[in-house]
Design a protein around this ligand. Structure first.
Ligand SMILES: NC(=O)c1ccc[n+]([C@@H]2O[C@H](COP(=O)([O-])OP(=O)(O)OC[C@H]3O[C@@H](n4cnc5c(N)ncnc54)[C@H](O)[C@@H]3O)[C@@H](O)[C@H]2O)c1
Length: 274
């Protein structure tokens, strides 16, 4: 018996990294999972974006737990596409209990050096994408009359000014506001809205050449990268693993967090208080 038996979770950015881990852990706890990913290159991202194969692999990891996976290629910034995702979910499963708004793109540069196109796209995916995702699902969730849990994936960049992350930090700060407003609007429907804020996490969004150079001051040296990343933390670790973030997502996805809405949980090895 899993704590999420009979529930349905929708995870965006589910093909790679943390999203793939969240999808698998939600399924292990008993949920059927809708896995959404864009599966198309994005020039604003300095890291790989998922392919269709990545999404199929993530869906296989869900199926391997014995739960049903519904993989859908969709861009979280496309309102019509996200409405279609929600329609297909209700057609197949008849409910959504948990949403993990996880999709994002990351870029690094001094704030004044960003092109307008990159500035706009990072904010569009990281902030507007979470709005398009929840906007499509909330009316159906309210209509269904079931309790729900919406989990926004923020970042340490949602609370601190971190150099070189202008649009990403602005978007993640914006996500704090969106989380709080939705929490205020949805409490009466027993739909909780909370946020998980990870520090550096071992995915290709972090482990790429431009990001390493930001940490090392320009050197292509993985050891230096790990040392510099460790120096940002109180705990003596350079980065967390996706499963560490999934543990926090599972807390908000389940009844264990029934008293929480509008909360932010830092999973940050002490980054934000250092
Ligand atoms: N990796 C880190 O160090 C770190 C730190 C703090 C917060 N985060 C946050 O954690 C979350 C997960 O990131 P990750 O580390 O797993 O990175 P990742 O790059 O492995 O995963 C991001 C996923 O989002 C997908 N995606 C990108 N644009 C999309 C779009 N328009 N529509 C649908 N899907 C799209 C990508 O294809 C990818 O599968 C993000 O919200 C990120 O901002 C990451």
């Amino acid at each position: 018996m899993g704590v999420l038996d009979g529930k349905v979770a929708l995870v965006t950015g589910a093909a790679l990294g943390q999203g793939r881990s969240h999808a698998r852990e939600l399924a292990r706890a008993g949920a059927d999972v809708v896995l959404v990913d864009v599966c198309a290159e994005d020039p604003a991202a300095i890291h790989p974006i998922a392919t269709s194969n990545d999404l199929a692999e993530a869906a296989d990891a869900v199926s391997a737990t014995g739960r049903t996976a519904l993989p859908i290629e969709a861009d979280v910034t496309d309102e019509a596409a996200m409405e279609h995702v929600v329609d297909r979910t209700y057609e197949q499963f008849g409910r959504i209990d948990v949403i993990v708004a996880n999709a994002a793109v990351f870029s690094v540069a001094r704030t004044w050096e960003y092109s307008r196109a990159t500035w706009d796209r990072v904010i569009e995916v990281c902030l507007t994408g979470a709005w398009c995702t929840t906007r499509a699902a909330i009316p159906r969730m309210i209509e269904a009359g079931l309790p729900g849990s919406i989990i926004m994936i923020g970042s340490t960049a949602a609370t601190k000014g971190i150099p070189n992350m202008g649009p990403y930090a602005a978007a993640k700060h914006g996500l704090v506001g969106l989380t709080k407003v939705l929490a205020a609007e949805l409490g009466e429907y027993d739909i909780r809205v909370n946020m998980v804020c990870p520090t550096s996490t071992n995915t290709t969004m972090l482990r790429n050449d431009p990001t390493r150079r930001i940490f090392t001051g320009g050197a292509d040296d993985d050891e230096l990268f790990a040392e510099a990343a460790t120096a940002t933390h109180l705990l003596q670790i350079p980065w967390l693993e996706p499963e560490d973030i999934s543990n926090a997502v599972m807390f908000f996805a389940t009844e264990a967090s029934r008293g929480c809405t509008g909360s932010m949980l830092n999973v940050d090895a002490g980054y934000t208080i250092k």
